[in-house]
Design a protein. Structure first.
Length: 322
């Protein structure tokens, strides 16, 4: 079975090209008990975080042994034809300026881009200051105030938001995407329809179509203070490890300013992973998305073993289980 390795262990060269978030090595919660700052990882898949060997053993017995396999990105190192993209350097303002919200704009670039990253830099811009009304992150998760929605051209306000990187049950820090309306037919629209297609939103939201402006924020999870014992505060139950994949921990979302480069790098890396031929990895996922897909299967399997067969229940769990 799998054992543990510390986060300092070497990983394949291509995996090292990933952005900090996509590389899945920092700011993790234990996959078993959800204690923060987990720094050890399963030695088979190399992406599942734990705080201790006890938690790793419990998670392995409960669910992980059924889905664990090596991250394919770790083996994608010896293609002689692979061309790793090069980009123009970031400007000083791109690197140093931070904002709470960044807009992913629809349409095409205002000027001819020099490369893919330059195109992303042109289409990702600071969100209007009017959008800063009511900065509470948890309120934003449910709905954006009308004044803020109008600032980015959303006709009916914000109906929902999604974690930009997919299911995130083990991340202390994520990017969250806000949009106007989720379409029943699949996809997202941010202005009631009829707006320009958004050519870059697919990097952060998987859907057939995207239209209008999308707003991205970084949120960090902070544990809610509690007077309970240490075990209750961390969500750890020493008597129930083998039957539950995780125990709930109370967190709140806090908005964190971040630079354009963080969002641009994420989009550029995802584009590189998805591109086929010599300029891409042929559809491979990042280490983080690979981990999330494994965890989704594990939780779905656990729910089915407990008698929950309704997919809508599972989707609700994942959407809210940040």
């Amino acid at each position: 079975m799998a054992t543990l390795t510390t986060s300092k262990s070497s990983i394949a060269s291509l995996a090292k090209l990933q952005t900090r978030g996509e590389g899945n090595r920092f700011l993790k919660k234990c996959a078993q008990c959800e204690v923060i700052n987990a720094s050890s990882f399963c030695t088979i898949c190399r992406v599942t975080p734990y705080c201790s060997r006890d938690c790793q053993l419990a998670h392995w017995k409960a669910t992980h042994r059924k889905t664990c396999k090596t991250d394919p990105l770790l083996d994608a190192v010896s293609r002689p034809d692979l061309v790793v993209p090069s980009y123009r350097p970031y400007t000083e303002s791109e690197s140093s300026f931070t904002a709470v919200f960044w807009s992913m704009l629809p349409g095409t670039c205002p000027s001819v881009p020099t490369d893919r990253r330059d195109a992303l830099c042109q289409l990702i811009q600071p969100t209007s200051e009017a959008f800063l009304v009511n900065l509470d992150a948890e309120q934003r998760f449910r709905a954006v105030p009308a004044e803020a929605a109008n600032a980015v051209g959303w006709v009916s306000g914000c109906s929902a938001s999604s974690v930009a990187l997919g299911y995130s049950l083990e991340d202390q820090e994520v990017l969250r995407v806000y949009y106007g309306t989720e379409l029943p037919t699949g996809g997202y629209v941010s202005n009631g329809g009829g707006t320009l297609e958004n050519l870059i939103a697919h990097s952060v939201l998987y859907a057939p179509q995207h239209h209008g402006t999308f707003v991205v924020a970084k949120v960090r999870l902070e544990k809610v203070a509690s007077g309970d014992s240490d075990d209750a505060a961390t969500g750890e139950d020493h008597n129930n490890h083998a039957t539950m994949p995780r125990k709930p921990v109370a967190y709140r979302e806090v908005l964190v300013p971040f630079s354009k480069t963080e969002l641009v790098d994420l989009c550029a890396w995802r584009g590189f992973c998805g591109s086929r031929g010599p300029t891409g990895l042929g559809g491979l996922h990042s280490s983080r998305v690979f981990r999330e897909n494994m965890r989704r299967k594990e939780v779905e399997g656990f729910l089915q073993s407990q008698g929950y067969q309704d997919g809508r229940f599972q989707n609700t769990l994942f959407h809210e289980g940040l």
